[in-house]
Design a protein around this ligand. Structure first.
Ligand SMILES: Cc1cc2nc3c(=O)[nH]c(=O)nc-3n(C[C@H](O)[C@H](O)[C@H](O)COP(=O)(O)OP(=O)(O)OC[C@H]3O[C@@H](n4cnc5c(N)ncnc54)[C@H](O)[C@@H]3O)c2cc1C
Length: 491
């Protein structure tokens, strides 16, 4: 069997490794000059930045790909756990650290939310339950129709993962201090959504960070993508960079191959689209070949949020900066309301990832700050230019007592327009459709086309979702479905 994969993001690479390790012939085409998609290293003027995933959870998922690729994970990647992983700072100067050290969390809570401290261990149990159920029933399978959710086995599991409750409402059952609630509600942004509407199911992210831990890969998280490339080559995958797929060739009921920009047609028995489904598929297939993904349907989709990113190399190391450091806005609700209206927030929450705190050798000249602010998906409503917003971010940081601007020796600004163009992301959104509407949250675009028999989808815009481990699982799930290891539904 021969499979063509369109796109070399983490999903495409993990599908490639998994298929090739099971004897399938694989050609992968990537339009950019690097593999790994949004997990992209930026090395400039002595500074290294990990664009994309800075917060890594579920290391076993990545290691599994390397094992499938015939490699020994420990020889390729050193995952370092960061126990007190995220400093949350508020405008009154107070801080609250998220940690996988239960006692440290309990002691902090005792000081600022005593009733929260008393229920903290039961909270950890509940978020673990949400994760275990999701893993068992949803994460390791593909979906090809909304009917899959209605099957007796899944329907029961579905009802147990708090699908109708909002994340914010769920956290409020355990904690009352607004700063703790804000720190936890930020998990909704990991799926590109709004905590006041996104289902409580995604509180399982708290399990990953608080029970299982946050990791960093020595030398940069982008080494994960590089190790996937090595695994793919090791299994004989043919990786083609700088090769954009222009169209898929169909015979009405099947895809038969892909047309490259150089005019060559490459035939295949199965095709997997790893590029953002909502952006890639309309370009690759005419509307008559995709009745279930009509333009009308795409236009109705509520996109997940995008990001406005500054890569800032500093001329010094700043001791008060933590590896993961969040500077919160004063009014979180208003921030999400503005994003929802397609506008940049006036008072944004600012995340800074500085890997030189854990890995000093990676940036010897000074700190390597990856500064990320939630941004609206591209729309006609936008209220700021990149220059204005860059300045607003540095001004806000200064008000928080973190005056970085005078120390910036290297800088690159990456606004949502660039995320759209470089990675083919639908309206610059990070994860395709948002999880804001209850139905949309669970009915993510499926992994198998409903229109063309041998066409599959993987990556952050599809099931099971956006974060890098989920994307890797989507690639593996699709590969397993293609080789007949899993059927998409086991009801
Ligand atoms: C700013 C930012 C911060 C993030 N932070 C985190 C984080 O902290 N933790 C975490 O786990 N995740 C994070 N993520 C999410 C994570 O990076 C993504 O979910 C994941 O990398 C997406 O992988 P993917 O397989 O969907 O493919 P993508 O990375 O989207 O890659 C798809 C590839 O397909 C290619 N392509 C598209 N169309 C074609 C075509 N026609 N022909 C050839 N090639 C094509 C594109 O060029 C692209 O390289 C972040 C993402 C961003 C952007």
């Amino acid at each position: 069997m021969k499979v063509v994969i369109i796109g070399g993001g983490l999903g495409g690479l993990s599908a490639a490794v998994s298929l090739a390790s099971q004897g399938v012939e694989v050609d992968l085409f990537e339009k950019n000059d690097h593999l790994g998609g949004k997990m992209m290293p930026v090395d400039e003027e002595g500074y290294h930045f990990d664009f994309g995933p800075n917060t890594i959870t579920m290391p076993e998922v990545f290691k599994d790909v390397l094992r499938q690729g015939g490699l020994v994970p420990e020889e390729e990647l050193e995952f370092i756990q960061i126990p007190n992983h995220t400093r949350n700072q508020f405008s009154d100067g107070t801080t609250f650290d998220l940690s996988s050290d239960r006692e440290a969390m309990y002691n902090q809570l005792l000081r600022i939310d005593p009733s929260g401290a008393r229920v903290y261990y039961s909270f950890l149990k509940e978020v673990e339950r949400l994760y275990v159920l999701s893993k068992k029933h949803f994460l390791h399978r593909t979906f090809s129709s909304w009917k899959d959710y209605l099957s007796p086995s899944l329907g029961k599991a579905f009802a147990q993962v708090r699908p109708l409750e909002s994340m914010d409402h769920f956290f409020k059952q355990y904690f009352s201090n607004p700063k703790i609630l804000q720190s936890l509600n930020r998990y909704s942004t990991y799926v590109g959504s709004n905590p006041y509407v996104t289902p409580a199911t995604f509180a399982m992210i708290a399990h990953l960070e608080l029970n299982e831990g946050v990791y960093y890969v020595r030398g940069g998280n982008t080494k994960i993508a590089q190790s996937f490339v090595k695994a793919a080559r090791n299994q004989g995958v043919r990786l083609h960079m700088n090769q954009e797929v222009k169209r898929m060739v169909t015979n009405g009921s099947n895809v038969t191959g892909v047309l490259l920009e150089n005019g060559e047609i490459v035939e295949a028995d199965r095709i997997i689209v790893n590029g953002d489904l909502l952006e890639a598929v309309p370009k690759l297939l005419s509307e008559k070949d995709r009745p279930s993904l009509s333009q009308k349907r795409i236009d109705r989709m509520d996109p997940s949020i995008s990001a406005f990113v500054l890569l800032a190399g500093l001329d010094k190391k700043i001791d008060s900066l933590h590896h993961h450091h969040v500077f919160f806005s004063n009014d979180y609700k208003k921030e999400f309301q503005q994003l929802q209206m397609g506008q940049y927030a006036d008072d944004p929450t600012i995340y800074i990832g500085t890997s030189s705190k854990t890995d000093p050798d990676i940036s010897p000249k000074g700190d390597n700050c990856f500064i990320l602010v939630n941004a609206p998906a591209l729309s006609t409503n936008q209220n700021r230019t990149p220059e204005e917003y860059r300045q607003l971010i540095y001004d806000r940081l200064k008000e928080h007592g973190m005056d970085l601007e005078p120390h910036v020796a290297f800088e690159q600004v990456i606004p949502p327009t660039e995320i759209q163009q470089k990675f083919g992301a639908f309206r610059g959104a990070l994860y395709g459709p948002s999880a804001n509407r209850k139905l949309q949250a669970f009915m993510r675009p499926f992994n198998k086309s409903r229109d063309l028999e041998n066409l599959y989808f993987c990556g952050g815009s599809t099931h099971p979702g956006g974060g890098s481990p989920m994307v890797v699982l989507s690639g593996q799930n699709v590969a397993n479905q293609i080789v007949g290891k899993i059927s998409h539904i086991e009801a």
